[in-house]
Unconditional design. Sequence first.
Length: 332
Amino acid sequence: MTERVALYLQDSHDLRDGLDYAKYAEEKGFEAIWQAESRLVRDAIVPMAAYAAVTQKIKVGSGVINNWTRNIGLLAATFLTLDDLAPNRIICGIGAWWDPLAKNVGIDRRKPLLAMRETVEVMRRLLNMERVTFHGEFHHVDNIELDVVHGRREPRNIPIMIGATGDLMMEMTGEISDGCVMNYCVAPEYNDRAVELLEKGAKKSGRTLADIDRPQLIVCSVDEDHDKAIEYTKELLCQYLAQQPHIAKASNVSAEVINNIQATLGWPATKEQINKAKHFVPDELVHKITASGTPAEARAKVAEYVKRGCTCPILYPVGGNFKLLIDTFAQS
């Protein structure tokens, strides 16, 4: 497989337990720990700071924040601050968010490609400690810089990686970013097209595919009991397939499965609704788009993603047995 492996944390655990998982992943040779920020539940920045404070070597990434809800100056200052806490260990993963959630909180995601392009350009220049004037369609700044008086004035080494799913965003990611945080709940074969688009975009900026890092979120349910691992995964999948249509589209899930799940789940979904809806998720779908099963089965499936272009698996533990997953993929 790959010697690079990372851990993905969301909100299914107590936040304080996440600090222990971060330290344990570092001890076991994991390269990075990524914090989700998708639903209206747990933001990424607070946990990232906590993980950075209790570790020494492991990288800490946002997987991913959106480019709509934070002013560009504040966004750059936030990552400058994280880099002060953990120099050269911070990764900015940023994505275009998704509807209907964005729309429901008043965000009009028009021209998402242009909005992302502007965000990355201004963010990169600010983190390079430049004085920036920029007037685009989405960002307007006049003669600003990161106003460091007490501390390091040098440019910050903070990779900017885009969480891309669709074809156009994927190609642009290859053109303008340091890497692509490739999505979860997709089959390994999805990566073939993604890598092709990233390479196409990279050529536009005079680079090659090797210049584009490609960490990938992978739902990973590990249990010594194969059936338990599959059941845990179904609970997660039914929520994502109902609430995030861009993931359902990328997963090529049938309309019948989606309709059955959506008819059962509310938003936010209750535990009772999830227990009913999970039975609509076919076993074959679990095996197709996740790495679920025994430790050996999970390792084999993750290896498939690596063979199809993933440079660093970001393992999303399902079922609560976080340490078993870390042990399964331990690098030391």
